[in-house]
Structure formats: structure tokens, C-alpha cells
Design a protein around this ligand. Structure first.
Ligand code: PLP
Length: 359
């Protein structure tokens, strides 16, 4: 019997993708990097494939290779800079690099394969600076990119930075000897804020996995991930007794304490100590004391609780729901970090009604 697990709703993943595509009006290039934001890179890609995405985005050659071996045949774009020494591995797995360094572009061009030009318009992380594109025009004549793209640093914010980045990007694209077939810039939050897309494809990530980029957007994602665990110990402690390391939680009156086999080594952040909430039979319960490496204790005094009962640490139970947003805020981490931090010690269980969700 599984004691603790992550449930992943691939149908919801696909419905989130379909909602974004409808809003953007162009095909998507779903980001399935970091093992699909922790929820399964290959499983997510295979499910989203039903929506006819233009291709898929990953962070590394290893991640791209996993998709190829798993049967993905669409373009797979690697969104971190590659080293010269990785060129062979990319070719073997038929991956498309994103390049900004003129020497690497020269080397890759000799393979005769597609690549995308990464234009840095203000993120200062990777890519060719927008104002340097013009001076490399002869390079781009010899080695024309299939695609050109940039990345917004604050798409979830409603500030002027996006306009500045868009202008820089437009100038860089105009400086190329010819306009590439594929032009992309928007991530998920950028499409939540402004649609339709002004590009040929867009690159959603976290929204697909059930997390809105900001509050009050035009569309809302359905939750995709749930974390559940069974109660493996139950005890009643007396008034004044304490729970967990450092004795930071003290019982006021007799209290019923349930232990679940999930801890910070599973990605249930230690910062949720005395702050996390969960659901038991549809009722809210609170973390009692410090989250330990392998176990977390909850005060279940106000609930029915028996050994083996399922506690919902993340997700819906009855009429109530613990969202990634709630929990990551309580834990003081970003929702991206919370999702990608769910460790593989928690087995993944997939609900696969993805076929039904395809248009
Ligand atoms: C991760 C990533 C995205 C997706 O961003 P979200 O905020 O998750 O929608 C898009 N583009 C690039 C280059 C990325 O690295």
C-alpha cells in the first residue's frame, strides 16, 4: 500500500493548455523542463502532445533525450546555453539548441541543423544582447536561425518593463537579414496578462501545471497536483506536552496528534513548521511543531482520525482545497520552487483522462 504520493491530473493539465491556446490564438511550445515542473516531463509531454503543440521546451540535453526516447517526435528546444562539447549529444538526440554566442553559433551551423537565436532584452541570463544582433548580420546570413526569441523578466507584473523588452526584441528581429519562421517571447503569465499573442508560438509553463502567474488574471488554471499521505501514528498528548524538535508547539489541553510519513526530504518545506495546513475528511488541520525529514505531525483534535486515513497536504478534499499558492506562501517559497521541490521519494500517480480533454 502506498503511504504517501503525488497525484497528477493529466486531464487538467491538458485543459489548462487548451485554455491558454484559445486565449493566445497561436500554437504553444509547452515548457516541460525540470521533469515537467516536478510532475513528470515525459508524461506531461505525451499528454500535451494531443493538443498539437509546435514543440516542447526543456532545460538540458538529458531532459530532451528522455523525451526523444519516450517517443516525442516534435521539435524539442533546449533553453539553456550549450557548450561546444555538447553539440554531438544534441545532434544524436535530434534536439534544437538556443544560441547566443557567436562562436557556438558558427560551430552549430556546420551541423546544418535548426537552432533558435536567444536575444537577451534585459534578463541578463543568456543570449545575445539585443543591441549586438545588428553587428552579427553576416553571421546570420551564413547561418540563418529557424527561430528567434526572448524572455520577459517580469511578465507577471503589470509594469512597463515588458514594453521595453518588446521594443528591444523587435529591433533585434528587424536587424536580422531575414525574419525567422518561428518568433516567440511570451511565457504563461505574459499570455494571462495580454492576448492574443504577438508571436508565432508561446511558451507556457507553470500555468499548465495548475498555478496562475498572478491573482485576478483573465483565465484560471485547474489544479493539477495533489499530495496525499496516510496517518501512520496517532496519539493523545496531555496539556503542556510538546511536539517535534525544539519543542516549538505546546499542547493547550489534551490534544490528538497524527503523524504522516512526509517531511522536508519529500519537498514539504521545513518552513511549513507550525504554519502548514492540510485537509482530513474535508476539514482543515494544522501542522503541529517542526516538519522533520521524513514525518510531519498534525493537530487532529477536532476531526475524526484513524490510522490509514488519508491526509491531503496539497489539493482538494470535499469542499475545501489547499492550493500550491497557499502552501508556497505559507512556506515562504515561490510556487515554482514548491512544485519542482516535490521529491521523487513520493511516487507519482497519474490520472489519465487526457484523451477526453483533447479537442
Ligand atoms: C521556464 C520558462 C518559461 C515558462 O515560464 P512560466 O513562467 O512557467 O510560464 C518560458 N520560457 C523560458 C525561456 C523559460 O525558461
Amino acid at each position: 500500500m502506498t503511504r504517501a504520493w503525488v497525484e497528477i491530473d493529466l486531464g487538467a493539465l491538458c485543459r489548462n493548455g487548451a485554455a491558454l491556446v484559445a486565449r493566445a490564438g497561436v500554437p504553444m511550445l509547452p515548457m516541460v523542463k525540470a521533469d515537467g515542473y516536478g510532475l513528470g516531463g515525459l508524461r506531461s509531454a505525451l499528454a500535451l502532445d494531443a493538443l498539437n503543440p509546435w514543440g516542447f521546451g526543456v532545460a538540458s540535453v538529458t531532459e530532451g533525450d528522455e523525451l526523444r526516447r519516450g517517443g516525442i517526435t516534435r521539435p524539442i528546444i533546449v533553453f539553456t546555453p550549450i557548450l561546444q562539447t555538447e553539440i554531438d549529444a544534441l545532434r544524436r538526440a535530434d534536439l534544437t539548441p538556443t544560441l547566443g554566442d557567436p562562436a557556438v553559433i558558427e560551430s552549430w551551423a556546420r551541423t546544418g541543423r535548426a537552432w533558435h537565436l536567444h536575444v537577451d532584452t534585459g534578463m541578463s541570463r543568456a543570449g545575445m544582447l539585443w543591441h549586438l544582433v545588428a553587428e552579427h548580420a553576416s553571421l546570420f546570413e551564413r547561418a540563418a536561425p529557424e527561430g528567434v526569441f526572448t524572455h520577459f523578466h517580469s511578465a507577471q507584473r503589470d509594469d512597463a518593463s515588458r514594453d521595453v523588452q518588446e521594443q528591444r526584441f523587435a529591433a533585434a528581429v528587424a536587424a536580422l537579414p531575414s525574419r525567422p519562421a518561428i518568433v516567440h517571447a511570451e511565457n504563461g503569465p505574459a499570455i494571462e496578462r495580454r492576448a492574443p499573442s504577438t508571436c508565432t508560438v508561446f511558451r507556457p509553463g507553470v500555468f499548465l501545471y495548475g498555478v496562475a502567474g498572478f491573482e485576478g488574471g483573465a483565465i484560471r488554471p485547474e489544479p493539477v497536483a495533489s499530495v496525499r499521505a496516510r496517518i501512520v501514528e496517532l496519539r493523545t498528548i496531555a496539556d503542556g506536552e510538546t511536539v517535534s524538535y525544539d519543542a516549538t508547539w505546546r499542547a493547550t489541553g489534551p490534544r490528538r496528534i497524527a503523524t504522516v510519513p512526509v517531511g522536508y526530504a519529500d519537498g514539504y518545506c521545513r518552513a511549513l513548521s507550525n504554519r502548514g495546513v492540510a485537509l482530513l475528511h474535508g476539514k482543515r488541520i494544522s501542522v503541529a511543531g517542526v516538519v522533520t525529514m521524513d514525518m510531519t505531525m498534525f493537530d487532529v483534535t477536532e476531526c475524526e482520525a484513524s490510522l490509514g486515513d488519508v491526509v491531503t497536504l496539497l489539493g482538494r478534499d470535499g469542499d475545501d482545497e489547499i492550493t500550491v499558492g497557499d502552501l508556497s506562501e505559507r512556506g515562504g517559497v515561490s510556487p515554482y520552487e514548491f512544485l519542482t521541490g516535490l521529491r521523487l521519494r513520493l511516487p507519482r500517480r497519474y490520472r489519465d483522462d487526457a484523451a477526453e480533454a483533447a479537442p
